[in-house]
Write a protein of this length. Structure first.
Lengths: 112, 115
């Protein structure tokens, strides 16, 4: 039972354009959400997070939007750069739990 | 600061052999996590420790898997006997309590191949 779903396995965009990565979750008890980026042969690295008390969090070119009623979050990257090409994982956790539940990841390719 | 250090980076061994994966967490972190990544199941949590004590091992697939954390700076994940279906990338991560600005920090993983 996949509690965190990244339904699109890949996305390809042109440099300078917006990249939108989507994530859906089924567990309404999740209240903290994170995005990780992973390059080949490296471990995932933390990118940005959002608490369920917010609907938006921005950090430079990266913005995460949370729609609690739809149990949906998205990561926007503007403008996209070739160095953003990586696999992006969405993750979620419940209040009081240290366990992160990850999606299967989405491969983003930004073409020069 | 040094990040999470895992060894070996690659391991190839024959079915039935014992495999030991090692992890050195970031100094000062009180949580340590072991994950496994496969194409089919993605990134799944196997077990995690708090202050060297195993808290939740519900993700450990079978009794062939065991994990220990003898002190705050070292942990092992052991598979005995190993099987081809254990082939995966195993990640160790460390951190403080989830939430706020303290996410988990991952090592670069051990790519395990069981022949």
């Amino acid at each position: 039972d996949q509690q965190v779903k990244q339904n699109s396995p890949s996305l390809s965009v042109q440099e300078g354009r917006i990249s939108i990565l989507n994530c859906d979750y089924t567990n309404s008890m999740f209240d903290y959400f994170l995005w990780y980026k992973k390059y080949p042969a490296e471990g995932p690295t933390f990118l940005i997070s959002i608490s369920s008390i917010k609907d938006k969090n921005e950090d430079g070119r990266f913005t995460v939007f949370l729609n609690k009623s739809a149990k949906h979050l998205s990561l926007h990257i503007v403008p996209s750069q070739p160095g953003d090409s990586a696999v992006y994982f969405c993750a979620a956790s419940r209040h009081g739990s240290e366990k992160l539940v990850f999606g299967k990841g989405m491969k983003l390719t930004v073409n020069p | 600061d040094a990040g999470v250090i895992q060894s070996p980076r690659h391991e190839v061994t024959e079915m039935g052999q014992e495999v030991t994966l090692r992890c050195k967490p970031i100094s000062g972190h009180d949580y340590l996590f072991w994950y496994r990544q496969t194409m089919m199941r993605g990134l799944e949590l196997l077990i995690y420790f708090n202050n060297n004590v195993p808290i939740d091992d519900s993700g450990m697939p079978e009794d062939r898997f065991s994990a220990k954390m003898p002190n705050a700076s070292f942990s092992t994940l052991k598979i005995q006997p190993s099987e081809p279906r254990d082939s995966a990338v195993y990640f160790c991560a460390s951190g403080h309590r989830v939430g706020g600005n303290q996410p988990q920090h991952f090592g670069d993983g051990t790519r395990l191949s069981i022949l």
